[in-house]
Design a protein around this ligand. Structure first.
Ligand SMILES: Cc1cc2nc3c(=O)[nH]c(=O)nc-3n(C[C@H](O)[C@H](O)[C@H](O)COP(=O)(O)O)c2cc1C
Length: 271
């Protein structure tokens, strides 16, 4: 079976789960072609699903949904009536409307969504001092990812359709707006230390939105996703995470969940 795997991953969490699933699918005798669609350039490539039997999509959850560039990219893919699975990584706080909304988008693109899964992973903002799910994926997460791969394999290769539904979340739009606002205005963009930069341009090439102009040392605040991809990939340490300890205190006060509850969340398969 030929499977195409698309994933968006700024700090490698989603990539890690993608590779566990991919390796298991390969063990089950599938061929898996991988597309990392995190960089702006990678989302501009023409993709035709004609030669694949099924597709798999992996995304992190940003402010309750999949990242905006991924939501804008999905409508360019024609599902050709093929089966697909989806999975999400998140910092353990909330999955928001990601499952429901992404399934709706994929179905609009003529995919048949047959299963989904989600994995609590190290929160991106641990780079700025948060302490959520520091040691994920653990053995249990890996087992669940492999189990998910088996389910995908069985459902992709079965000669029938599957009824897979996700109940509509009871979510009002102000929650989405507030969450987006908190990231945009509550989290400062990466800190650029000009004296360490050797103009290698890796950050410019990897930035999912093209927000970095390294010659002028500028990060466009309107474009920056606050995904910190540039920070973990800068070979010179010229981009640093802002100190987010104060935001972590506010987050803990605002949130009904304790750090302990968040760190004990389990990976889940939805079928
Ligand atoms: C901008 C932004 C928003 C986030 N919003 C959420 C969220 O709504 N819920 C949550 O549990 N985690 C949230 N996180 C944490 C990420 O979903 C989590 O760390 C994810 O595994 C990152 O995946 P990646 O390493 O593949 O980029 C957010 C992270 C970022 C950067």
């Amino acid at each position: 079976m030929n499977v195409v795997l698309f994933y968006f991953s700024a700090t490698e969490n989603t990539a890690k789960i993608a590779h566990i699933i991919k390796n298991k699918l390969v063990k089950l005798n599938s061929e898996v072609k991988e597309y990392n669609i995190t960089s702006k350039n990678d989302r501009e490539k023409e993709i035709d699903l004609k030669s694949y039997d099924a597709a798999l999509f992996g995304f992190p959850i940003y402010a309750l949904r999949i990242p905006e560039p991924a939501r804008e990219w999905l409508p360019h893919i024609n599902g050709r009536g093929k089966k697909c699975g989806m999975f999400f990584t998140y910092g353990g706080v909330t999955r928001g409307i990601a499952h429901y909304e992404t399934k709706e988008i994929l179905e609009r693109q003529n995919f048949k969504v047959i299963a989904s899964a989600d994995f609590p992973m190290s929160h991106t903002y641990n780079l700025g001092g948060w302490k959520l799910n520091l040691n994920r994926p653990n053995e249990r997460d890996i087992k669940i990812a492999e189990k998910f791969a088996e389910i995908l394999y069985n459902r992709f290769s079965a000669n029938r359709d599957f009824l897979f539904t996700i109940p509509k979340p009871d979510f009002d739009k102000t929650k989405l707006k507030t969450s987006k606002h908190l990231v945009k205005h509550g989290v400062p963009p990466p800190i650029f230390q000009k004296e360490n930069c050797n103009l290698c341009q890796i950050c410019e090439d990897l930035c999912p939105t093209g927000a970095i102009d390294i010659y002028n040392g500028v990060i466009d605040k309107n474009l920056c996703l606050h995904c910190f991809r540039c920070i973990i990939n800068c070979p010179e340490g010229a981009l640093k995470a802002p100190d987010l300890n104060q935001q972590f205190q506010v987050f803990k006060e605002m949130n009904k969940l304790t750090v302990e509850i968040i760190n004990n969340k389990k990976s889940k398969i939805l079928i």
